[in-house]
Design a protein around this ligand. Structure first.
Ligand SMILES: NC(=O)c1ccc[n+]([C@@H]2O[C@H](COP(=O)([O-])OP(=O)(O)OC[C@H]3O[C@@H](n4cnc5c(N)ncnc54)[C@H](OP(=O)(O)O)[C@@H]3O)[C@@H](O)[C@H]2O)c1
Length: 158
C-alpha cells in the first residue's frame, strides 16, 4: 500500500487556525476531492471535528486516544499501525492535521502539497519541515487565483 500525504500550505507552512482551514480555494478543494476519492483517508480527531461530516466516497479513519469517541461515518483507531491496518485501498491518504502529518512523515512515499504564495500571521498549526533533498519534486499545475499563485506539487521519496 502506498502512503501519501496531502495538504495545502502557505509560504511558512501554515495549515490552520482555531481548528479550521486557512486556505479556501475552490480549485484546491476540487483537487483534494479528485485526488482522494475512492481511497481510504486517515485524519486526526481535531481535523475530523473541523469537517461538517465524514468525507463521502472515502473510507474515513480517525485517530484518537479516546476509546469511547464516536465519529459518525468514520472508523476510529488508537494507533498509527491500526490506522494503516484499517486502510484497505491501494493508496491511503494522510489528510492532517499537523500532529498526524508529523507522525506519518517518516512513512510517507509521496506528499501532495498545494503551495500557496501567501502568509497567515495568526496560523496556529503548521506542516512539519521535511528534508526536500530526500524527495523528487514535480509541479503538476500552477494557477493564479485572485492574484495568489497556487502551485500543485508532488514530492516523491527518492
Ligand atoms: N491545510 C490543510 O491542508 C489542513 C489539512 C488538515 C487539517 N488542517 C488543519 O489542522 C488543524 C488541526 O490539526 P491538529 O494538529 O491541531 O490536530 P489533528 O492532527 O487533526 O488531531 C490531533 C488529535 O489526533 C489524535 N491523535 C494524534 N496522534 C495520535 C496517535 N498517534 N494515536 C492516537 N491518537 C492520535 C489525538 O486525538 P485525541 O485528543 O482525541 O486523543 C490528537 O489530539 C486544523 O486547524 C485543521 O483545519 C489543515
Amino acid at each position: 500500500m502506498k502512503i501519501a500525504m496531502i495538504a495545502a500550505v502557505g509560504r511558512n507552512n501554515e495549515l490552520g487556525k482555531n481548528n479550521d482551514l486557512i486556505w479556501h480555494f475552490k480549485e484546491d478543494m476540487r483537487f483534494f476531492k479528485e485526488t482522494t476519492t475512492g481511497c481510504a483517508v486517515i485524519m486526526g480527531r481535531k481535523t475530523f471535528e473541523s469537517l461538517p461530516k465524514a468525507l463521502p466516497g472515502r473510507k474515513n479513519i480517525v485517530l484518537t486516544n479516546n476509546i469511547g469517541y464516536e465519529a459518525p461515518g468514520a472508523q476510529t483507531v488508537a494507533t498509527i499501525q491500526a490506522a494503516l491496518d484499517a486502510a484497505d485501498t491501494e493508496t491511503v491518504f494522510i489528510i492532517g492535521g499537523a500532529a498526524i502529518y508529523a507522525s506519518f512523515l517518516p512513512l510517507a512515499d509521496e506528499i501532495y502539497l498545494t503551495e500557496i504564495d501567501a502568509e497567515c500571521a495568526d496560523a496556529d498549526t503548521f506542516f512539519p519541515r521535511f528534508d526536500k533533498a530526500q524527495y523528487t519534486k514535480s509541479i503538476m499545475q500552477t494557477l493564479c487565483v485572485n492574484n495568489t499563485t497556487l502551485q500543485f506539487a508532488r514530492y516523491d521519496k527518492k
